[in-house]
Design a protein around this ligand. Structure first.
Ligand code: MG
Length: 454
């Protein structure tokens, strides 16, 4: 029987004390130390349940292979990524399950440059773990754990070095930050305050039961932020996911700005400053991004869906920007990985430079309508279902770089299996909401039909 792949789209994830266990993380620590060590490794965690338990397991595994460890404690993934090269480490591990529901936890592994390790390196780690062929250090070579308290401050200062802080200070903006009771609360409210904004924090108490809202910053999960925007009269609302590598924005009228739109605003400005530059984006991005990049005189480089693939591609071709439709923005002058706090600062900077409110910036963008749906699939049918779908759509105009993107005159449908959960996602885009919904229904019907044949 083929063993289930350990690494998904973005790291290893599972349900705490069920598929994600201390034994697994201990062995992952040993395997990571074996492949990437020996050397200094930085370890951090988000606010999830089991964070301390898994961080300690990973640390023990690393130490047993002769690595030394710098523990930065609770921190966003981008904070850990920022300090990996600056603390002169050979690798980084963050304990997080990003936007997954509260019962999940997981780990992401970074290389010496702070970017998630390559798929090939993931396979090597997995192979060592499966064979149990760990490098175990001699007793004399067991190293120690030190703690580092300045990681967050280093990260904030790094972001501020790319932003016109003086211009923002003069504007007296009010910002509401909803951190989902997780580690975004350690960076973005302080960053915004240091930029001279008035900051109101929501869900800023670190709590792994996520009492304020689920960790995914989707429109239905940020209703409290929407309500507060209206009652306070704030200029911008920022909602992070569980590890704050992403941000969803809300305008001054309490309307959610889609990830495509916030990326388009940032891409429009950055690509128009440097003509002919390239944006790296996954095949899930839509027509809006294509239009914006084209009118800014830039180019698009398409990738498979997944932040790791975008990060690697950004570095590989020296792109000026990377972005995803889910609100992930990669700004290479700062770091070539998603960074929700950096994205927030860029957007505030653009609002100030252009002298426009967030809703005004959104209104300048061409309008397309998107629909996202998902369907639970029995785990054993996940793989074969795609084979059936590929066969069923073989006569259609489509892109199969990742999942199936069916191109129609009025828009497109993208069908993809999730890398982290037993679900299939269906996205669509059209000139009206009705037409987009219609396309998405068509995609969902295709999945249902394929399911009966798989
Ligand atoms: Mg995340």
């Amino acid at each position: 029987m083929k063993a289930k792949k350990l690494f998904g789209t973005n790291g290893v994830r599972g349900v705490i004390n069920d598929t994600m266990t201390v034994d697994l993380v201990l062995n992952l620590g040993k395997a990571i130390g074996t492949i990437l060590g020996p050397g200094k490794v930085v370890v951090g965690r988000d606010a999830r349940k089991g964070g301390e338990m898994f961080a300690r397991a990973a640390i023990s595994g690393l130490l047993s292979t002769g690595c030394s460890v710098i523990d930065i404690g609770p921190a966003p993934t981008p904070t850990l990524q920022f300090v990996v090269p600056r603390l002169d480490c050979i690798a980084g591990i963050i304990v997080t399950a990003s936007h997954n529901p509260a019962e999940f936890n997981g780990i992401k592994v970074m290389g010496a440059n702070g970017i998630e390790v390559s798929r090939e390196c993931e396979r090597e780690i997995e192979s060592v773990l499966r064979s149990g062929s760990y490098t175990i250090a001699d007793w004399q070579n067991i190293k120690s754990v030190t703690s580092e308290k300045t990681a967050v401050r280093q990260h904030i200062d790094g972001i501020m070095s790319h932003i016109d802080t003086e211009a923002i200070k003069g504007r007296n903006l009010t910002v509401i930050v909803d951190s989902a009771n997780s580690v975004g609360a350690l960076v973005t409210p302080i960053l915004m305050r240091d930029l001279g904004c008035k900051v109101i924090s929501l869900n800023s108490q670190l709590d792994g039961s996520f009492p304020g809202r689920p960790p995914e910053p989707s429109p239905e999960n940020v209703v409290e932020l929407l309500r507060t925007m209206k009652s306070v009269g704030a200029d911008i609302g920022i909602a992070h996911d569980g590890d704050a590598d992403r941000a969803t924005f809300v305008d001054e009228n309490g309307t959610v700005v889609s990830g495509d739109q916030s990326l388009a605003i940032i891409a429009s400005r950055i690509l128009s400053i440097k003509k002919g530059s390239t944006l790296v984006t996954p095949v899930s991005s839509g027509k809006l991004i294509e239009d914006i990049v084209e009118s800014a005189g830039g180019k698009i480089d398409w990738t498979v869906v997944g932040s790791v693939d975008v990060s690697h591609r950004v570095g590989e071709i020296g792109a000026d920007l990377g972005g995803e439709e889910n609100g992930g923005v990669f700004y290479p002058p700062h770091q070539s990985v998603r960074d929700g706090s950096m994205t927030s600062a860029l957007l505030v900077d653009i609002m100030v430079k252009e002298g426009k409110s967030l809703s005004e910036l959104v209104q300048e963008l061409p309008v397309y309508y998107t629909t996202k749906r998902k369907m639970k699939i029995p785990a054993e049918k996940m793989e074969f279902l795609m084979t059936t779908l590929l066969d069923m759509t073989k006569d259609q105009n489509r892109i199969t770089i990742d999942g199936i993107k069916i191109i129609r005159d009025i828009g497109w449908i993208l069908i993809r299996p999730s890398g982290t959960e037993p679900i299939y996602r269906c996205f669509s885009e059209g000139p009206t909401q009705e037409k987009s919904d219609m396309l998405c229904d068509e995609g969902m019907n295709l999945i249902k039909k394929a399911l009966t044949q798989s």
